[in-house]
Design a protein. Structure first.
Length: 154
């Protein structure tokens, strides 16, 4: 039975799509509306991570950490985010980390050779060990860095 097979053809998933789906299914007048919306959004993300295998553009806009979801690693082609960033580090020009900053270790910073802009955004106001980030940022000499944006809300 191929009830959700169509999802493997999705290549772009936006947070608006997920929010709209949740709002269509749960009405504002329902008791515990916000809590139920959060639960439904979590289930939608689980479904996406298990069925949408061809996604190329994905925006993560939920309070849960990406790494907490089942199948999240397979969604990233079984590569650790730090390794992906480290491998691409010598050629990266811009890097924006939000809101999943907790899932990435700042150790990758050493590999950034031609970086022009770094944006670190703690958009979901999660606890981040900013001292570790600052230590790694202070060690590296950025000869080409033009802009460093830190949005710290702890």
């Amino acid at each position: 039975m191929a009830t959700l097979d169509y999802m493997k053809f999705f290549i772009r998933i936006t947070p608006f799509w997920i929010i709209d789906m949740a709002n269509l299914l749960i009405k504002v007048k329902v008791k515990d509306y916000k809590h139920k919306i959060q639960i439904l959004e979590g289930e939608i993300y689980k479904l996406i991570l298990s069925k949408c295998i061809n996604v190329k553009h994905f925006s993560w806009e939920t309070e849960k950490n990406f790494c907490e979801y089942p199948n999240a690693r397979s969604f990233c082609k079984d590569k650790d985010k730090n390794n992906v960033i480290r491998e691409k580090g010598p050629t990266l020009k811009n890097i924006i980390l939000q809101p999943t900053l907790r899932c990435v270790s700042p150790i990758f910073i050493q590999s950034l050779e031609k970086i022009l802009e770094i944006t670190l955004n703690n958009k979901l106001n999660r606890y981040i060990d900013w001292q570790e980030w600052e230590k790694c940022l202070n060690i590296k000499k950025f000869h080409t860095l033009e802009n460093l944006v830190e949005n710290i809300r702890d």
